[in-house]
Write a protein that binds this ligand. Sequence first.
Ligand code: FE2
Length: 304
Amino acid sequence: MAVMRLGYLHARVTNLAEAKRHYVNTLGMQVVLEQDNRLYLKCWDEWDHHSLMLEEGGVGLIKLGYKVAKAEDLAYFEQKIEAFGVRTTRMSAGENLAVGEGIRFTMPSGHLMELYHEMEFTNTAVGLVNPPLFPRHLVGVGVPRLDHCLLKTDDIPLAERFCIEALDFKPAERLVSELGDTGELMGTWLFCQHKTHDIAFVAGEQGRIHHWAYKLENWDAIRHAGAILSMDDTSVGFGPDIHGLSRGDTIYFFDPAGNRNEVFAGGYETYQDFPTVTWTADEIPRAVSYIGREIAENHFTVDT
Ligand SMILES: [Fe+2]
């Protein structure tokens, strides 16, 4: 019984053609399908049908899809989510293109989430038999896969408790105002399998998203990504730098609509017995930007 990973993310963009230039030419995602003002995209090392759906009209997150390990997990989590006090509805196969049946609910943080078990398998760009290390003709950054998201909520303790009690996630790292009982929870980074985080929450308006991230192989790939972002005049938030929190290498940047993306590498593996790491507010500069320690104001104020 387990949630495995963030499988798909649906977001709004103001202009689909501009978004296509960013996600295809700059990031190197592959177009799976374009129809009815919607663009379905996937990364080269992903085997499912798609991981990103962009819809023209507005900006920000529409919903998140997390994939569970077994078909029977849907009923298991349905019961746990309902027991937490959050209403779920069943979604049928095909409601989402190429996605099987699942459950849908709004998390206490105001974000729409779906759990599903099946998505049409369309293979990776390198295949599964004697695969080359990477596709020979990658475009732009050449992002291999979608990784995680950071969401905003006005009740971080509740969002964390929901993920722990209803979804069986565990907090890898937490940010508190100070140590001890008087410390306020200012952020939480939770994992379901072995990442440093599959979902995270910081303070802000309900239902908003801070960023979604693509996992790159290593620091060299981050460096390469930075070069591509500059070549394409992409608006960069900050980086390259290292997060103290999660030890990930990072660059934050914006798509043409203003949605924030991240390329992320490194980090460490987590396990079910991983003891939670705590950061205190006075160390936020190193937690976020270990080398530079100067973070653009927009990192804390801009979300979609
Ligand atoms: Fe991130």
